[in-house]
Design a binder for this molecule. Structure first.
Ligand SMILES: [Zn+2]
Length: 284
């Protein structure tokens, strides 16, 4: 199951009414551009963001494979795919959300140019992150059958990818931290976690997979670190929030005299953690 963005513009009405996507096989020079030939990849169950004149107007569900046919009004063969259109009550205007969307636009094969205007062409890929963002934005105002299902599917897919990424990441972190909790040195793999200092949601793609943006921690220390109840200063000394210091009964294995051996590369991420995640008083 994949997502696509189709730039229909003035052909939207002609294609929406009979319920299909359609484009020529070749351009006027006889070339086969990727945005036409991509039609062949469409599969039953794929989702389509239908874009026309600045906005996404509908979300569609592909219901047939692509086939070649003769268009009634044209004298050349075309690609055609049957699609269930679900018209949005509130279209999503791309340029109004450009700042967020632009972060997720691929460099190659982007349906939109800088500033959010549409490119030439027809069918473009849309990865799960972009799809999730578009669906969220659309979902704020619209409540649609297709939409809810699509949102659920993307979130599950994105999570699954994240899990795969997470296991590779954990392996790298394990090696960096000698297969033991950076704080208490417990070395049971089942309870060790790759804990991000700068949270995933705030990271650039590079930061997400940078092993130095993480500490290998046992479940106990991971949950304290992740929830911002402990942090570390630039010398590796533990910062302990009042919630933890005043806990009764006391929380074990936390103390501001504890020190971990940090790498220089960890510093910027730990500073971020201390500034934005940590809930206690900042270090001087
Ligand atoms: Zn630990």
């Amino acid at each position: 199951m994949n997502f696509y963005i189709v730039l229909q513009n003035e052909s939207f009405d002609d294609q929406y009414k009979p319920g299909y996507l359609q484009c020529p096989q070749k351009d006027s020079l006889g070339n086969i551009p990727h945005y036409f030939s991509r039609m062949i990849n469409l599969k039953k169950g794929d989702y389509i963001f239908h874009y026309a004149n600045g906005s996404i107007l509908a979300i569609g569900r592909v219901k047939s494979s692509t086939y070649v046919t003769q268009d009634e009004s044209q004298n050349y063969p075309v690609f055609r795919t049957l699609v269930d259109y679900d018209l949005l009550s509130y279209p999503l205007h791309i340029r109004s959300h450009w700042e967020e969307i632009s972060n997720l636009i691929p460099i190659e094969y982007s349906p939109f140019q800088k500033g959010g205007r549409d490119n030439n062409g027809y069918l473009y890929p849309c990865d799960d992150y972009l799809a999730t963002l578009l669906l969220r934005k659309i979902g704020i105002k619209n409540e649609r059958k297709n939409l809810n299902k699509a949102l659920l599917v993307t979130e599950t897919k994105v999570e699954a990818q994240a899990r795969i990424g997470q296991s590779v990441y954990k392996k790298q972190l394990s090696e960096l931290w000698n297969h033991q909790c950076a704080i208490c040195k417990v070395n049971i793999p089942e309870i060790l976690k790759a804990s991000h200092a700068k949270p995933w949601k705030d990271c650039t793609d590079r930061e997400k997979i940078d092993p130095y943006n993480g500490l290998l921690l046992c479940s106990h220390h991971d949950s304290l670190f992740d929830s911002g109840l402990i942090s570390f200063d630039s010398s590796g000394y533990m910062l302990v929030s009042d919630t933890v210091s005043n806990a009764n009964p006391p929380i074990f294995d936390v103390s501001d005299s504890m020190n971990i051996k940090i790498f220089n590369e960890n510093l910027k991420y730990l500073l971020w953690h201390q500034s934005y995640v940590y809930k206690g008083n900042k270090s001087p």
